[in-house]
Write a protein that binds this ligand. Structure first.
Ligand code: XMP
Length: 479
């Protein structure tokens, strides 16, 4: 048998400090590529897990300069709706506002508004001519669900509109003058060409770091699998304006994954595509040769993962990131360190080891923005964090996709993840601020101004358990 190499993870090492070159952490750039064609001001992505990322998380993280990857454990329509919510969250013009025709009932409108989580919609005739607006105020106290929306809307003659191409400044003036919140853009024929809302205008100036597409909309990623409807799902997500698809399976170095990558490339052309997960140079090379724009690295490091215990396979995350990043660098393809990040120091180490971005599940799972409810236990608040290969997640998947399977025995299912509770941690904004602050400080300790400098200056020192014990607070009662 060959000699066995040593695999290391975050707690096995520290970064050796170098002479600092910046006076303030504010002078440090954390800009880094997510994939070949997308860069982030903050190198953080939220994990595509059903207890971590739907539109609320994706919107918050994109505003903070990172990106959220919507999970795929829902119908194609639902995943598309999540993506659309992000794409519509923040641009001063909504190009294709939600519309309904006047013959629809209040029931239809309420369902539509709740699916898309919107508070108003434009009412149009066939051909797209504007005939009214229906807002929350128009329907708040209406009790007849069968009433036509034409009877409830504010009609065209009472609306203020503007032509397409109205500038941000002009729009602000019109909204102010008429004290209105929504300004439909209509062409000479009266056809709807866009919508400007006061809320969107306010948000643009609030988040200068935000991750935006060329049209000023927040960027978002969405996950797809490698079986069943994945091509249809990928096509629908691309059409909805999703910026990057993440082909995600536990063992990304597989014939299934490689042929799925090729398939998507052939059928969807230039879509931005990330794939994973892998933990070796060979896995990275094969994915890159199949046509991916970034490689997601991590087999078993995640907080809710039991893959290494159940299968005996995996590579400690720091070694995995180093080997994969070394391989990917030859082709100029970024690597995402996915799983096992517990502190800002782990992020600094992952980036120093060659990753361009870190993907976080656990740290974001306990926030306001993660899907799911808050649980109370012994007076404290918690949220759920479950592995996507856990028993609970598998049962939910069966319930949604193939309920007949639930009638069978589930003893064939071998979970590779656990379900857990994590303390409620407030908003993801605060978590992101703490993580980015720590990363900036780490870059400064390494004598660098940016992530490229961090990587260049990085020298790891291996530490012992005693070294790790010394690194944490000790001999005190932490309050
Ligand atoms: P953290 O540590 O940030 O890791 O919570 C998030 C990542 O964990 C992976 N993941 C799993 N891995 N079984 C696994 O072996 C699972 O059930 C599972 N669920 C999530 C995934 O890569 C995620 O981004």
């Amino acid at each position: 048998m060959e000699s066995i190499p040593l695999g290391l993870t975050f707690d096995d090492v520290l970064l050796v400090p170098r002479r600092a070159v910046v006076r303030s952490r504010k002078d440090i750039s954390t800009r880094s590529p997510l994939s070949r064609h997308i860069a982030l001001n903050v190198p953080l992505a939220s994990a595509n897990m059903d207890t971590v990322t739907e539109s609320a998380m994706a919107i918050t993280l994109a505003r903070e300069g990172g990106i959220g990857i919507i999970h795929r454990f829902m119908s194609i329509e639902q995943e598309v709706a999540e993506v659309l919510r992000v794409k519509r969250a923040e641009s001063y013009v909504v190009d294709q506002p939600y519309t309904m025709t006047p013959d629809h009932t209040l029931r239809d409108a309420r369902e539509f508004m709740s699916l898309h989580r919107i508070t108003g919609l434009l009412v149009v005739e066939d051909g797209g001519r504007l005939i009214g607006i229906l807002t929350g105020r128009d329907i708040r106290f209406e009790s007849d669900p069968d009433k036509k929306i034409s009877k409830l809307m504010t009609p065209r003659e009472e609306l203020v509109t503007a032509p397409p191409g109205t500038s941000l400044e002009e729009a602000k003036k019109i909204l102010q003058k008429h004290k209105i919140e929504k300004l439909p853009l209509v062409d000479k024929e009266g056809v709807v060409r866009g919508l400007i809302t006061g809320k969107d205008i306010l948000k643009i100036t609030q988040f200068p770091q935000a991750t935006k597409d060329p049209r000023g909309r927040l960027r978002v990623g969405a996950a797809i699998g490698v079986k069943g409807d994945y091509i249809e799902r990928a096509g629908a997500l691309k059409k909805a304006g999703c910026d990057v698809l993440v082909l995600d399976i536990a063992h990304g170095h597989s014939d299934f994954a490689l042929s799925a990558v090729k398939d998507i490339r052939e059928r969807l052309g230039d879509v931005e595509l990330i794939a994973g997960n892998v933990a070796t140079a060979e896995g990275t090379r094969d994915l890159i040769n199949s046509g991916v724009d970034a490689v997601k690295v991590g087999v078993g490091p995640g907080s809710t993962c039991t893959t290494r215990i159940v299968t005996g396979a995996g590579v400690p995350q720091l070694t995995a990131v180093m080997e994969c990043a070394r391989e990917a660098e030859k082709k100029g393809v970024p690597v995402i360190a996915d799983g096992g990040i517990r502190t800002s120091g782990d992020i600094t180490k992952a980036l120093a080891a060659g990753a361009s971005t870190a993907m976080l599940g656990n740290l974001f799972a306990g926030t306001e923005e993660s899907p799911g409810v808050t649980i109370m236990r012994n007076g404290a608040r918690y949220k759920l964090n479950r592995g996507m290969a856990s028993m609970g997640a598998t049962i939910s998947r069966y319930q949604a996709e193939m309920p007949q399977m639930l009638e069978d025995d589930l003893t064939d299912v071998v979970p590779e993840g656990v379900e857990a509770m994590v303390p409620f941690r407030g908003s993801a904004v605060e978590i992101a601020h703490q993580l980015v602050g720590g990363l900036r400080s780490g870059i400064s300790y390494l004598g660098a101004r940016d992530i490229e400098g961090l990587r260049k200056n990085a020298k790891f020192v291996r530490i012992t358990e005693a070294g790790m014990k010394e690194s944490r607070p000790h001999d005190v009662d932490v309050i």
